[in-house]
Design a protein around this ligand. Structure first.
Ligand code: ADP
Ligand code: MG
Length: 696
């Protein structure tokens, strides 16, 4: 490991001039408090101080940097009710200028000694023909003129930290910047030069652009290389060659009763080929809500049972686990293969003896397929021969969880299929799931009616409820969802809003309404959900917080009302709306909003009205919010680019991914100098060398 690298990981506390208070502020401002964190804290703009006219030539209202002779101090006289500044009169060969200070102190006498010369930078004003600068931004000795008469970088700041403080520390860090061996091929600017240029703005945009691209490329290269290495590592483990013979999947598909769509057929083929090969599968299945991913997951799981192995199906919520369990059971029954496929449900609800028994069944191989929630991730869960893990709604599981799961294969290492309904723009997919193969279902089952979306003011809520009542009575609506407002960061408030709405609806609809929320006991939820999902059940209206967001399937539900829809993000709205329009009947989604609605929220709602295409919505979302927020990827720590930009740097991603291919084929294999130097890059961007097992 390069000694020089350690420099970037030293604590800012060690820098001269960084006291406790300053350090405190830095720790609030930066993700971490090491040299590299400040070095990657780039200026967002600059102030041009390179304008150095004579006093009388200075443009009024513009920032100028002046060389001045100090003539005279006039302390502020005390005048009741008026604030008069302390004045320092100065001159140059062209004329006079006054420096004004409110709340002056003795320091001014020392800083601006009469008869001396100084260099001052600030905004030039004029009043009654007299020129002045109030509170100059800089007062320095003439010998430091060059230092300020430039472009001053402006940093994002926080309480108790000034731009000057940041600049001082940054310049100390930059002055001592060690050289690192070059890891890029044919780079025009070195890593350290690029850093220096980004912190020292220049008028020449080209220079900045090239410096930015240099570092952006480093960041992307590190990311792509790390993902590729982790993929290599994953694939190194011997996979299971599943001896699937169709003895389960064929009757199962027949019982399903629908033809697979072209897209479903294609991805099923891709997955099947992975399973029957002896390479380990690591695949991401992407498909919009309602595109029919579940049946594909079930087919994959049945294939491994055909091959004598076990499968695990993991979903984000208990409701969903239960629903998949029921659907699966029903289809197995209809297909007449329920004796050959032993299915089990395992959720957080299983406790004590029941849980132990279930775990034993898994471990001894008495269960073929287990469907469950996060509970499956617990270390106590062991399998006899886990051949396949299917993880639904992938983005809710972090990268670490998905790797942790892969260790449960025992003798073999499990294949992994993850599924997501969130359409992920291409570069984002590369950046966050670049270690996985990608399958996309880009076609909806044919029996779908388009969902019509209406945007409506909350003030119409009473009319809406009356019209729902009529439609339920005459049978034109059978089931509907009523989603309650999301109150940020407070599940309690969410709940009380939902509860209030529920009570009100109950007065109109009686027992036909039920409330469901995240805090509810599993059994309670069960009863309600299965009644709601049952076409003959008494529950017609499900008032819910966003617990229904993921995966629930009730084809009879043809109406969804979302209250305070302006508070939801685009991807949540899209996910929610995907719950309806699943049967043959026309569906309607009503987005209720209050009067207080921001421009951005209004734009979101109109996007929802215009399109049902999840991919378009995701791209719009990316534009409106920027990457990182989407999918909550930022929190999961998978993608957190400091300078690279997921929207604009597509070409860099493409170049880096090609670069990585060559690196693996050539440099890594031959252990070249570049390969060694690239270790510094990985280390610098904190893709831990140890966890990636680079030596092996
Ligand atoms: P998602 O991709 O959101 O998980 P699901 O797998 O829940 O979607 O499928 C949504 C609905 O579409 C289910 O009712 C499912 O039975 C149905 N479905 C899936 N594939 C087809 C198909 N090829 N033809 C008709 N209906 C289908
Ligand atoms: Mg699903």
């Amino acid at each position: 490991m390069q000694e020089n690298l350690q420099y970037f990981f030293k604590s800012l506390r060690q820098v001269k001039g960084v006291g406790e208070k300053f350090f405190d502020g830095l720790s609030r401002l930066l993700p971490n408090t090491r040299f590299k964190d400040l070095l990657f804290h780039f200026p967002v703009s600059f102030i041009d101080r390179s304008y150095c006219p004579l006093i009388m030539d200075a443009e009024i209202g513009k920032i100028a940097t002046l060389r001045l002779n100090i003539l005279k101090h006039t302390p502020a006289p005390f005048v009741r009710g008026r604030k008069i500044p302390y004045k320092v009169l100065c001159s140059d060969e062209s004329g006079l200028i006054t420096l004004n200070f409110f709340n002056a102190g003795d320091y001014l006498k020392r800083q601006l000694p009469v008869g001396g010369k100084v260099c001052v930078s600030g905004k030039v004003d004029e009043f009654n023909g007299e020129r002045s600068i109030s509170h100059p931004d800089y007062i320095v000795s003439v010998s430091d003129f060059e230092k300020i008469a430039t472009l001053e970088p402006i940093y994002p700041l926080t309480y108790a930290i000034t731009n000057k403080m940041i600049r001082n520390v940054v310049s100390i860090l930059l002055n001592n910047l060690p050289d690192l061996p070059e890891w890029q091929d044919g780079a025009e600017i070195s890593f350290s030069d690029a850093l220096k240029r980004l912190h020292n703005p220049q008028k020449n945009n080209d220079v900045i652009t090239r410096a930015r691209e240099r570092i952006a490329y480093d960041e992307i290269l590190a990311n792509q290389l790390a993902l590729a290495l982790s993929r290599e590592n994953f694939k190194k483990e011997k996979g299971v060659k599943v001896l699937a013979d169709g003895s389960l999947t064929v009757p199962f598909l027949r019982a399903f009763g629908f033809e697979l769509t072209g897209a479903q057929n294609r991805v099923w083929n891709e997955i099947y080929n992975d399973l029957v090969s002896d390479e380990r599968m690591l695949r991401l299945l992407q498909g919009d809500v309602g595109s029919g991913k579940t049946i594909i997951a079930m087919l994959a799981l049945l294939s491994v049972v055909e091959g004598g192995g076990q499968g695990a199906f993991m979903v984000p919520t208990e409701i969903l686990a239960e629903q998949h369990f029921e659907t699966f059971t029903k289809l197995l029954n209809n297909a007449g293969i329920c004796e050959r496929v032993r299915l089990m449900l395992l959720t957080g609800k299983d406790k004590g003896k029941v849980k132990r028994e279930k775990l034993d069944l898994l471990k001894s191989g008495m269960v073929d397929i287990v469907i469950g929630t996060h509970a499956l991730f617990q270390d106590s869960v062991e399998f006899k021969n886990l051949y396949l893990s299917v993880i639904d709604e992938q983005h809710k599981f972090g990268v670490h969880q998905r790797l942790n799961l892969s260790d449960k294969g025992g003798e073999f290492s499990a294949n992994i299929l993850t599924m997501t309904a969130t359409p992920i723009p291409r570069t984002l997919a590369m950046a966050s799931f670049g270690d996985m193969d990608l399958s996309v279902i880009d076609e909806m089952p044919p029996n779908r009616k388009k969902v019509e979306t209406l945007v409506m003011n909350m003030s119409k809520i009473d009319e809406l409820i009356q019209s729902i009542k009529r439609n339920l009575d005459d049978g034109s609506i059978k089931k509907l969802y009523w989603v309650c407002p999301l109150v940020e960061e407070s599940e309690k408030l969410d709940l009380s809003a939902a509860q209030t709405r529920f009570e009100e609806m109950k007065r109109v609809f009686g027992d036909a309404v039920a409330l469901i929320h995240g805090k509810m006991k599993g059994v309670e939820k069960d009863v309600i959900m299965s009644d709601f999902a049952n076409p003959n059940g008494k529950i017609k209206i499900l008032v819910a917080t966003t617990v229904i967001e993921v995966g629930v399937n009730v084809p009879e539900a043809t109406l969804m009302v979302i209250e305070h829809s302006e508070r939801f993000g685009l991807s949540s709205l899209h996910q929610l709306r995907g719950r309806i329009g699943r049967g043959g009947d026309k569906s309607v989604c009503i987005l209720l909003h209050s009067n207080k609605i921001s421009k951005m929220a209004r734009e979101r709602l109109s996007v929802m009205k215009e399109t049902t295409d999840g991919f378009k919505i995701a791209e719009k979302d990316l534009k409106l919010r920027g990457a990182g927020d989407i999918l909550g990827i930022r929190q999961s720590g998978i993608v957190d680019f400091k300078i690279a930009n997921i929207e604009d740097d597509y070409h860099l991603f493409m170049a880096a991914s090609q670069d990585v291919k060559n690196i693996l084929l050539y440099d890594k294999k031959n252990n070249t100098q570049r390969w060694k130097d690239l270790q510094n890059l990985l280390y610098l961007f904190e893709y831990s060398t140890k966890s990636l097992n680079l030596k092996g």
